[in-house]
Design a protein around this ligand. Structure first.
Ligand code: SF4
Length: 714
């Protein structure tokens, strides 16, 4: 089943320049081999983003390539319920016949697709096209919905476009003040910190808002330790002080924005004493933060998942955008608002059509002009394109449910590049729904927790074995270059999608001579859309260390900085929206007296499918630790290292305790990279933001249920 006989990797001694498989920083690295299976990784000093630096995940990334648990043959589930090895023909036939049978009985939308924010642009594009052209299902969404969707929705409604950072990361180093809300790059993206270090060395100031004293917050000049779920109140409070003290940019507001009067009326009620009561941040700290921002000649406001992964994530980001606009920062040098995207291709993955409501080029699927344009590129009848489908959690929640007049369940699901059995909220429900499916097929390179539940598992090629493009957190399109062949028996996802389409009778729409041809078609499909890639080519990327979109024609140099002249909105002005603080979907009460918040740590990545299999990384963090304050530990008579069971209204999970002064007394933090009994997402709340459909990963009510002898291994 796995690769006990995996041959050594054959890599040329000549270095291949590519990028790290993990986060959105997409560090440039080179791979070379000695012919005996040893792979040398080096940071690529010539790539201008990481400038040679890598974090521990990047340095150890090659360990997944020749890993003994690597899947090298398709797996099919037998009548006795066990997974066994099968041929590609058998596995693909099973998939096609299951999809056909489900669609005949329940309609096209009864087959769903769940993609991922780590897939290349070409795969994201192809998966969206496969859903709409080969399966003609509306139901495709992806795990990026759990990642950047709140920032994306807020960005689109205010700026008319969503590009995580509308400026290169190098601008951070030249900003006088950076206000970082709910992000911890010192652990999640360590090479990014070189720009913060440079900024500090130039005399700049860093303000961090986070319920935890994270390694990033430890480097800040000012740490605002807010109560989880009070982000919008905090930011409204800062804007209140800035207006009160005459520090907003009146001229900029008049010339470049609309809606300030309504925002001003709303924040009038966020006087500092009230904001201190809501957020737990002392009035003096609020004033200091506001004045740092208000007196700076250049400043940036950056958000991460802490503010975004809430049922009010869009409001939280909108409050930050209001602040940036009121200070006249957006579109000015070394200033602005940005979101630090998380997943490897979190940016590109949300642009090319694997979202339920979207066509390539960041077009809306319900826009008639967009449908016409994309249908023409795909050579299909515009009327044949489905409409919007269900968002990620709603898609998972409908799996295997019976058809009713109001809604129809999805009966067969293809998962590519995602491990929803660890990464989705309210896992007990998700596991039940996956179990209710008629058919589940998973493409992965390891037997992930989701793959282990599948009827068919298709072994995928990995990052260093495939070609394509990624779009980093700056909107810079870069090349993922192939450094070696996949192991015998493994196929590239691109080939799998095209072969499935052929077997479904739609092969003529999926005939490509190379991955570059897919990229060229993606460019044509995106032409004229918000994320216009039509002027980008592989050779142009090679010649320029990447190209920033939008890039609408071959002669266009790309757009490193957005909004310098205006905004792509109807009026050309940025739109401001009043934001009212509301409580999270759950707050502590006598049964569940603590806040629970979740996040990432230094040595693991997302659901841990790759990183939990790398010895050097598991030695750094062997298991998830639940962080509590010493006074909380005393209240429960707990000590550092004790095993505890945490419980919420949705389930229980077991962790070892880490007692630290770096967390609020009312809050527990757990990282979410593990599955089984140690899965943080057994606890999290699937309450959704009404606009972005982002689940509330970052806030729910929990209790420490018992000290347990249950051993904590997943
Ligand atoms: Fe760079 Fe992110 Fe990879 Fe670390 S995980 S090496 S920060 S791309």
């Amino acid at each position: 089943m796995t690769s006990a006989t995996l041959k050594p990797l054959i890599l040329s001694p000549e270095a291949t320049a590519t990028h790290c498989p993990y986060c959105a920083f997409q560090c440039g690295m080179t791979l070379s081999g000695d012919g005996d299976g040893d792979v040398a990784i080096a940071g690529n000093a010539a790539f201008p983003v990481n400038r040679g630096a890598l974090c521990v995940k990047g340095w150890t990334a090659a360990a997944t390539l020749g890993h003994p648990e690597r899947l090298t043959t398709p797996l099919v589930r037998d009548n006795d319920g066990a997974l066994r090895e099968g041929s590609w023909d058998e596995a693909l036939d099973r998939v096609v016949s299951a999809f056909r049978s489900v669609q005949e009985r329940h309609g096209n939308d009864a087959v769903g697709i769940f993609g991922g924010g780590s897939l290349t642009n070409e795969k994201s594009y192809l998966l969206g096209k496969f859903a709409r052209v080969a399966l003609r299902t509306a139901n495709i969404d992806y795990n990026g919905r759990f990642c950047m969707s709140s920032a994306a929705a807020a960005g689109i409604r205010s700026f008319g476009i969503d590009r995580g950072l509308p400026f290169p990361v190098a601008d951070i180093a030249r900003a006088e003040v950076v206000f970082l809300m709910g992000d911890n790059p010192a652990e999640t993206m360590p090479p990014l910190m070189q720009y913060f270090d440079e900024q500090r060395a130039h005399g700049g100031r860093l303000v961090v808002a986070d319920p935890r004293l994270t390694p990033t917050a430890q480097r800040a000049d000012l740490h605002l330790r807010l109560i989880p779920g009070t982000d919008a109140a905090l930011v409204n409070g800062l804007l209140h002080i800035l207006i009160r003290d005459g520090m907003v940019d009146v001229e900029y507001l008049a010339e470049r924005t609309e809606g300030f009067d309504r925002v001003k009326a709303e924040v009038t009620t966020y006087w500092p004493e009230r904001v201190e009561r809501i957020t737990g941040v002392p009035e003096a700290e609020l004033t200091r933060a506001a004045h740092l921002l208000g007196t700076a000649k250049s400043a940036m406001i950056l958000t991460g998942r802490g503010a975004e992964q809430q049922s009010q994530g869009v409001n939280n980001v909108s409050a930050c955008i209001n602040l940036a606009l009121a200070l006249g920062l957006v579109g000015k040098a070394n200033s602005g608002y940005g979101c630090l995207t998380g997943q490897g291709n979190g940016q590109g993955g949300r642009e090319h059509g694997q979202k339920a409501d979207q066509l390539p080029g960041y077009r809306r699927i319900d826009d008639p002009a967009a449908r016409r344009h994309v249908a023409a590129v795909w050579g299909v009848d515009e009327a044949s394109l489905p409409g919007p489908g269900k968002s990620a959690y709603e898609l998972l929640d409908c799996l295997g449910r019976p058809d009713t007049d109001e809604s129809k369940g999805v009966r067969a699901l293809l998962v590519m590049g995602s491990n929803v059995a660890v990464s989705a909220p309210h896992l007990n429900n998700v596991a039940e729904r996956l179990g209710a499916l008629d058919f589940l097929v998973v493409c992965d390179f390891f037997l992930s927790e989701t793959a282990a539940l599948a009827d068919v598992v298709l072994p995928s090629a990995q990052w260093a074995e495939e070609a394509g493009t990624m779009t980093n957190l700056e909107g810079r399109v870069i090349r993922r270059r192939k450094a070696c062949d996949p192991p015998a028996g493994v196929r590239d996802d691109v080939a799998v999608i095209c072969e499935l389409a052929r077997r479904l009778g739609k092969g003529r729409h999926f005939e490509y001579g190379s991955v570059e041809e897919i990229f060229e078609e993606l460019g044509r499909a995106s032409a004229g859309g918000p994320a216009d890639y039509s002027g980008i080519s592989y050779s142009k990327i090679d010649a320029n260390d990447g190209v920033f979109w939008p890039c609408p024609d071959a002669g266009h140099p790309g757009t490193p900085r957005l909004f310098t002249d205006g905004f792509p909105t109807a009026s050309g002005r940025a739109r401001m929206f009043p934001v009212r603080h509301g409580e999270p979907a759950e707050t502590p009460d006598e049964n569940y007296p603590l806040f629970l918040t979740t996040g990432r740590n230094l040595s693991q990545y997302q659901s841990g499918t790759q990183t939990r299999r790398i010895t050097e990384l598991t030695e750094i963090s062997r298991e998830p630790l639940a962080e509590v304050h010493p006074s909380t530990a005393r209240r429960y008579s707990l000590r550092d290292g004790d095993a505890v069971r945490l419980a919420t209204r949705r389930g229980q999970a077991d962790f070892r305790l880490k007692v630290t002064r770096g967390i609020r007394e009312d809050t527990v933090f757990v990282p979410f990279h593990w599955g089984g009994r140690q899965a943080a997402n057994r606890l999290t709340n699937p309450a959704l933001d009404p606009t972005s459909r982002m689940p509330e990963f970052k806030v729910c009510a929990a209790r420490i249920e018992s000290v347990t002898d249950v051993h904590c291994q997943a």
